[in-house]
Design a protein around this ligand. Structure first.
Ligand code: HPA
Length: 238
């Protein structure tokens, strides 16, 4: 047991998929895993462990934002010895050349959060994906005929920025090659790197902040299923 997870040591697999939404964790368990056991119900942050093609895999919801995600990632790493973490989530594209339902493999995550500033004496840290996971995810997606984009994302503390201050707050990020905004990846990568674990974020574009394009609930669900399949193939590849 850890503070926010009631699982016993050994109840959680060394490989964990990380959706933000607890019901998406449940969806993955119901749809894709066999021999499923629910390993966490604390705060309704549902977590499940089962097998996919014979390999033990867990799926643990993280909630939204860096602080919530960091709590679960820290406990998975420190208390349960997890070694591979793959976030599957959504993001808002900040460039017009990305469409909704496009999939992004987050090579690195810039952040506007102050969360890790004390760690690095006020300096910024380049939170990067694990290259092995990134490169294999790209190869798998390509082999499956799925077009994916590889690039930097912005992990933001703010879903609803104060548009009275600046309505195109994303411009400097987009002008430096950042593809999309989301709210968790920089915490995931920083904590995984700190403990020598491997991490990757696979993100589906749910909306485009530049063009205003948005996905329907049905498109989000289908996109989520595709992303979960890619993540599960990646972490169980032999
Ligand atoms: N901002 C941050 N996170 C998001 C967004 C966004 O626009 N869309 C989906 N996740």
């Amino acid at each position: 047991m850890s503070v926010h997870l009631e699982a016993r040591p050994g109840d959680i697999a060394p490989i964990v998929l990380l959706p933000g939404d607890p019901l998406r964790a449940q969806f993955i368990a119901d749809r894709f895993l066999e021999g499923v056991v629910c390993h966490n119900r604390v705060r309704n942050a549902l977590g499940f462990t089962g097998t996919y093609h014979g390999v033990r895999v867990s799926v643990q919801s993280t909630g939204m934002g860096m602080p919530s995600c960091a709590i679960y990632v820290h406990e998975l790493l420190a208390a349960y010895g997890v070694r591979v973490l793959v976030r599957i989530g959504t993001c808002g594209a900040i460039r017009a050349d990305l469409q909704t339902r496009d999939v992004i493999l987050a090579q690195a995550a810039a952040t506007d959060s102050a969360m890790f500033r004390p760690t690095f004496g006020g300096a910024t840290f380049a939170a990067a994906a694990n290259f092995d996971l990134l490169h294999r995810a790209h190869a798998l997606a390509t082999a499956q005929g799925k077009a994916v984009r590889v690039g930097t994302v912005l992990t933001s503390d703010t879903f609803y920025p104060d548009e009275a201050v600046v309505s195109t707050w994303w411009s400097p990020w987009a002008e430096h090659g950042v593809l999309a905004a989301e709210m968790e990846t920089a915490a995931l990568y920083t904590l995984a790197l700190r403990r020598g674990a491997r991490a990757l974020s696979i993100l589906t574009v749910s909306d485009n902040l530049v063009t205003g394009e948005q996905t329907t609930a049905e498109e989000r669900q289908t996109g989520f299923g595709d992303m979960a399949t890619l993540a599960l193939s990646l972490v169980t590849e032999r």
